[in-house]
Design a protein around this ligand. Structure first.
Ligand code: F6R
Length: 610
C-alpha cells in the first residue's frame, strides 16, 4: 500500500525524479513520506507527516543534491502516522525504505537491542536498517551485508537501501511485494509501481521474489540472495505517460470516469470477430476450459461488485454455475473445490493480499485458475494459470471507476468465449452479443453528457447524511457499487440493497430525510418490480432519484423527485451504463462537501495487507 522509489544517475535530476515519482505513488498510501539523498558521500534524510506537499516544501528549503536517492510514501501498518514512523529509516550510514511487513521483527528487534541498537520508531522497517548496519559492522561489503540481512527477514517486502559506506549504489529486493527496476541512459530507476517512472523510461524488469538488484549509474546487476548473478527479461510498457497526468481535470477520478469509453474500447479491441462471433484472449487456450463445471470468483470491494455482475453474465450466456466469494472470507471457510472448478481472481491492482491469498488457496485445493486484472505481471497475474488483462490504463484515483467497467466488459467477453466452448451459444447469438459490446463506448459517451445535470442534482442532495441505493437483477450489485462510491469519497453513510430486500428491513429507515436511488434501467421484469418499490418509498415520504432508460419515465416526474435518464442497452450490459451517473453523483457530492476525492481518508489504492 506504500510506494517506494529509487534513482541513480544525474545529480541535477535526483530530487526531482524522487518527488515526481512519489507524487505518482501517493495514491497507494499517503499518511507520510520521505526521501534520502546521497550528498557528498553522506545520506541526508527528509521526512514529513501528512501530504507529500509538506515534504516538498521541506526539501525545497534545503535543496539537496546527489547522484542517488530513495523515497517512500507511507500508509501506516506498524506504528501510527507520524514523522518518526515515516521512511526512510536510518541506522548509522544505512537508509532504508520498505513496503510490506517484517513478520519476525520482534525477534530481530530484541536481538539488535541486545547488541546496543536504539530504536526510534514504532515500525518494523527500522530493524532492516539496523540489521544491514550490523552486517556491515562485521566487515561485509554493502552488497553482501544487504543480502545477509535480507536473508534474515521473514514476511512480505519490497526494500530499497543506500549506504554511506558505498555511496554509488542503490540496492533493492522483493518478496511477495511488487518491485521493478528500469534502465535509462546513464541512469537507472526502481519503483514499486510502473506508473511512478512511466514518464522517464519504458523498458522495465519485473523482479522476482528473492532477487537482489544492485543499481549503479551505468549498470543494473541482479543476483539471488547468495550473490549468484541472474538474468531477467526486459519488458516494454505500453501505458502512455500522459495516462498518469490529470490532463486538465481537477481530479484523477473525474478524468478516469471520462476515460471509460476509451478504456472499454481498449479492453475489447482485437478480442473478437464480428464475422464468426468468436472471442479470443491472448494466452488462453479453449481446451483448458472444456471440462470446467463450476466457477468460483474471488475478489474484494469494487472488484467484488463487478464479479457479482460477472456471475449473471456467465450463468446467462455460458450456463455454467458461478459462486462469488469475498476473498477475505474464502480462506476462512472450507470451500469445496475440485479440478473441474475454475477459480477466477478479479483485481484491478493484481496485488490485493486477500484476493491473492484466496487464489492460492483455490489453487492449492486443485482448482484451475484465471485472473482478470489491470496490472501486467502483477502477483495475481503471475500466480494464475492464465490471465485476461483489462486495458483500463493506470487507475490513480483511489475510488475505482474505469477498472470496474473494464472488468465488466472483460467478464462479458469471457462469458461469450466460454459459451462458445460449451456450445451454449450459436454463432448468430454471439455475433449479436458482440455487436452490443461494440455499442457500449458510444452509449457511455452519451451517458457522460449527464454530467451537468448530475452536478445540479448533487447540489440539491449533498447535505443529506444517509442514502439508500436499490437495484434489481443484474443491476442490484450496481446499488452496492453506487453506495460504495458515495461513502468512500464523500463520507456519507450509504447502503446498497437488492430492491427485493427492502421490505425485509431497510424500509424502516425511509423517511423524508432519506434519499433513495432506484436503479431501474430496461423495461423487463426487474423494471416492473422496481416500480413497486418506488410506490413503497413514496408512501413513506422518501426522496426518490430514479435512474432509468425508460423514455416514458418523465411521466413519473410527479411521483419521483428526480429522473436520471440513461440510454438503453442490452440487459446484460446495462450495469456498465447505469454505474456512470452514480460515479458522477458521488464525485459531485464529494466536491460540494470539499473532501479529498483522489485520496480519501484512511483508504489506500492497493491493499497489500490482510
Ligand atoms: C473501491 C476500491 C476498492 C478496491 C478493492 C480491491 O473504489 O477501489 O474497494 O476495489 O480494494 O482492489 P483490487 O481490485 O485492486 O483488488
Amino acid at each position: 500500500m506504500c510506494g517506494i522509489l529509487g534513482y541513480i544517475g544525474d545529480q541535477s535530476k535526483t530530487v526531482d525524479v524522487l518527488l515526481q515519482g512519489l507524487t505518482r505513488l501517493e495514491y497507494r498510501g499517503y499518511d507520510s513520506s520521505g526521501i534520502a539523498i546521497m550528498q557528498d558521500g553522506r545520506s541526508k534524510v527528509f521526512k514529513s507527516k501528512g501530504k507529500l506537499s509538506k515534504l516538498k516544501t521541506k526539501v525545497k528549503k534545503h535543496s539537496p543534491k546527489g547522484l542517488l536517492g530513495i523515497g517512500h510514501t507511507r500508509w501506516a501498518t506498524h506504528g501510527d502516522a507520524s514523522q518518526k514512523n515515516a521512511h526512510p529509516h536510518v541506522s548509522g550510514g544505512t537508509s532504508v525504505v520498505h513496503n510490506g511487513i517484517v513478520e519476525n521483527y520482534l525477534e530481530l528487534k530484541n536481538e539488535l537491542k541486545k547488541k546496543g541498537y536504539r530504536f526510534y520508531s514504532d515500525t518494523d522497517t527500522e530493524v532492516i536498517a539496523h540489521l544491514i548496519e550490523e552486517m556491515s559492522n562485521t566487515g561485509l561489503c554493502f552488497e553482501d551485508a544487504a543480502r545477509a540481512a535480507f536473508k534474515r527477514i521473514e514476511g512480505s517486502y519490497a526494500i530499497a537501501v543506500i549506504s554511506d559506506r558505498d555511496p554509488d549504489k542503490v540496492i533493492a529486493t522483493r518478496k511477495f511485494s511488487p518491485l521493478i527496476v528500469a534502465k535509462g541512459d546513464h541512469e537507472n530507476y526502481l519503483a514499486s509501481d510502473v506508473s511512478a517512472i512511466l514518464p522517464f523510461c519504458k523498458d522495465v524488469i519485473y523482479l522476482e521474489d528473492g532477487d537482489v538488484a544492485i543499481l549503479k549509474r551505468d549498470e543494473i546487476k541482479i543476483t539471488d540472495l547468495d550473490g549468484n548473478q541472474i538474468k531477467r527479461k526486459v519488458k516494454s510498457i505500453n501505458w502512455d505517460p500522459i495516462s498518469v497526468e490529470k490532463c486538465g481535470y481537477r481530479h484523477f477520478m473525474m478524468k478516469e470516469i471520462f476515460e471509460q469509453p476509451r478504456a472499454i474500447l481498449d479492453t475489447i479491441r482485437g478480442r473478437f470477430s464480428e464475422e464468426t462471433g468468436d472471442v479470443y484472449f491472448e494466452g488462453l487456450d479453449s481446451s483448458f476450459f472444456k471440462d470446467v463445471q463450476r466457477i468460483v470468483v474471488l475478489a474484494c470491494g469494487t472488484s467484488y461488485h463487478a464479479s457479482l455482475i460477472g456471475k449473471y453474465m456467465i450463468e446467462e450466456i455460458a450456463k455454467v454455475s458461478v459462486e462469488v466469494d469475498i476473498a477475505s472470507e474464502f480462506r476462512y471457510r472450507n470451500p469445496i473445490i475440485d479440478s473441474k472448478t475454475l477459480a477466477i481472481a478479479v483485481s484491478q491492482s493484481g496485488e490485493t493480499a486477500d484476493t491473492s491469498e484466496a487464489l492460492l488457496e483455490a489453487k492449492g485445493r486443485g482448482a484451475k485458475t484465471l485472473s482478470i486484472t489491470n496490472v501486467m505481471m502483477s502477483k495475481i497475474a503471475r500466480d494464475s494459470d492464465c490471465v485476461i488483462y483489462t486495458h483500463a490504463g493506470p487507475e490513480i484515483g483511489v475510488a475505482s471507476t474505469k477498472a470496474f467497467t473494464t472488468q465488466l466488459i472483460a467478464f462479458y467477453l469471457f462469458a461469450i468465449y466460454l459459451g462458445r466452448i460449451k456450445r451454449k451459444l450459436t454463432k448468430k447469438q454471439s455475433i449479436e452479443m458482440i455487436k452490443q459490446a461494440i455499442s457500449i463506448p458510444q452509449l457511455l459517451e452519451i451517458t457522460l453528457k449527464l454530467n451537468e445535470q448530475i452536478k445540479e442534482l448533487a447540489k440539491e442532495f449533498f447535505k443529506y447524511r444517509n442514502f439508500l441505493y436499490l437495484g434489481r437483477g443484474i443491476n442490484h450489485p450496481i446499488a452496492f457499487e453506487g453506495a460504495l462510491k458515495l461513502k468512500e469519497i464523500s463520507y456519507i453513510h450509504a447502503e446498497g440493497y437488492a430492491a427485493g430486500e427492502m421490505k425485509h428491513g431497510p424500509i424502516a429507515l425511509i423517511d423524508e430525510d432519506m434519499p433513495v436511488v432506484l436503479i431501474a434501467p430496461g423495461d423487463g421484469i426487474a423494471y416492473k418490480k422496481i416500480l413497486g418499490n418506488l410506490q413503497e418509498v413514496r408512501a413513506r415520504r422518501g426522496k426518490v432519484i430514479f435512474l432509468t432508460s425508460d423514455p416514458c419515465a418523465q411521466e413519473l416526474k410527479g411521483i419521483v423527485d428526480r429522473v436520471i435518464e440513461v440510454p438503453g442497452s442490452s440487459y446484460l450490459l446495462s450495469p456498465i451504463v447505469s454505474i456512470i451517473p452514480l460515479q458522477l453523483l458521488a464525485y459531485h457530492i464529494a466536491t460540494y462537501k470539499g473532501t479529498d476525492i483522489d485520496q480519501p481518508r484512511n483508504l489506500a489504492k492497493v491493499v497489500t495487507v490482510e
